[in-house]
Design a protein around this ligand. Structure first.
Ligand code: DAH
Length: 339
């Protein structure tokens, strides 16, 4: 039995010395010191020994166990340390390597101009309204005094969903929705996407943006329309900017006018941008047709109002001197990062 214990001690120590992984060490621990291990097996045979031999063998067995335990512990420490060193070498960070470049986005110029415009109109007491892009023909045309056969529909090449549902061709239906649903007085702008079956070129796109404006109250006149829109333009393009109104026709306003502003580039002298005119058209407007008021349930003998609508892309192109509308839809950072 003594010899057995000595053998266990020697063999275990040799194996421990050769082990290189924690798993190997664990195997040795189980095999030698475990509940069904070699040392335990010997201790179980102690009963066969004489009373004198027993304590001697017991002491030796304990000694062997302690020595092996200690060797295991020491070796495990060694292996862990080696593994850690290995890992440190393998995973060493090269802090001289350049990092991954992180591209920052930018606000789109259309959004910048819209934010600026909202700020100006909010400052004049307007609030912001919205309506659906898939719209009833009734709101997009009919209630704006453009019945099915009306020739002015021809200027808006419409995408039809069904005969009575269209992609809105203008933000003007928000006027109707607001008059039908909101309390008077009304003072709103309504920015949003609109759709027309147009070919893409430098100034056209089947999807573009408009901003509608509507004011309804008692005693609203053309003077309110002119004052409001002039204040807007001077705020946006500078106090030296002048405006002029030209008579025009829109079915839902009477009288109607288009507004021009002095060319922001040449200040009115005439240049390539304004085609030598000195003026640039920026919006349509007018006094809300009483027919429209009445069909929305508003008493046109008591209330009057003005409305206007403008293209946001056009405004953005002028604000930032952009000469091709397509640039605004390409999401090219070389373009977008300039604003
Ligand atoms: N809806 C018109 C268009 O798309 C623009 C417009 C003109 C809006 C006159 C108005 C207005 O509210 O009064 O061309």
């Amino acid at each position: 039995m003594k010899q057995q214990l000595e053998n266990i001690r020697q063999l275990s120590l040799e194996q421990i010395a050769q082990a290189t992984t924690p798993a190997e060490i664990d195997d040795i621990r189980v095999r030698v010191l475990g509940k069904k291990g070699e040392v335990t097996a010997i201790l179980k045979q102690m009963g066969k020994l004489s009373a004198e031999e027993r304590p001697v063998m017991g002491a030796l067995a304990n000694e062997v166990r302690e020595v092996v335990e200690k060797a295991i512990e020491t070796k495990l420490e060694e292996i862990k340390k080696a593994l850690m060193e290995n890992q440190l070498v393998e995973e060493e960070l090269d802090i001289t390597l350049p990092g991954n470049e992180f591209e920052m986005g930018k606000r789109h110029p259309i959004q910048l101009v819209l934010d600026e415009l909202k700020e100006i109109f909010l400052g004049m007491g307007f609030s912001v309204a919205a309506g659906p892009e898939v719209e009833l023909d009734k709101y997009n045309f009919e209630m704006l005094n453009m019945p099915k056969s009306h020739p002015s529909r021809d200027t808006q090449d419409t995408f039809y969903i069904t005969e009575n549902i269209v992609l809105r061709t203008q933000t003007s239906p928000v006027q109707v929705r607001t008059m039908l649903n909101e309390k008077l007085p009304i003072r709103i702008i309504a920015p949003g996407r609109v759709y027309r079956a147009d070919e893409v070129d430098a100034t056209h796109s089947p999807l573009f943006h408009q901003i509608e404006g509507l004011v309804i109250d008692e005693n609203i006149t053309m003077a309110d329309l002119k004052g409001t829109l002039e204040a807007f333009v001077k705020n946006m393009f500078g106090p030296e900017t002048k405006v002029r109104f030209r008579p025009h026709h829109f079915a839902y306003t009477e009288p109607s006018a288009e507004m021009d502003m002095t060319c922001f580039k040449c200040g009115g002298k005439g240049c390539r941008l304004c085609k030598g005119e000195g003026w640039i058209e920026i919006l349509g407007s007018g006094i809300v047709n009483p027919v429209v008021l009445e069909s929305c349930g508003i008493d046109s003998t008591k209330y009057s109002g003005f409305a206007f609508g403008m293209g946001l892309e056009r405004l953005t192109m002028m604000r930032y001197d952009i000469d091709d509308m397509r640039l605004m839809y390409e999401n090219d950072m070389r373009f977008l990062s300039q604003f």
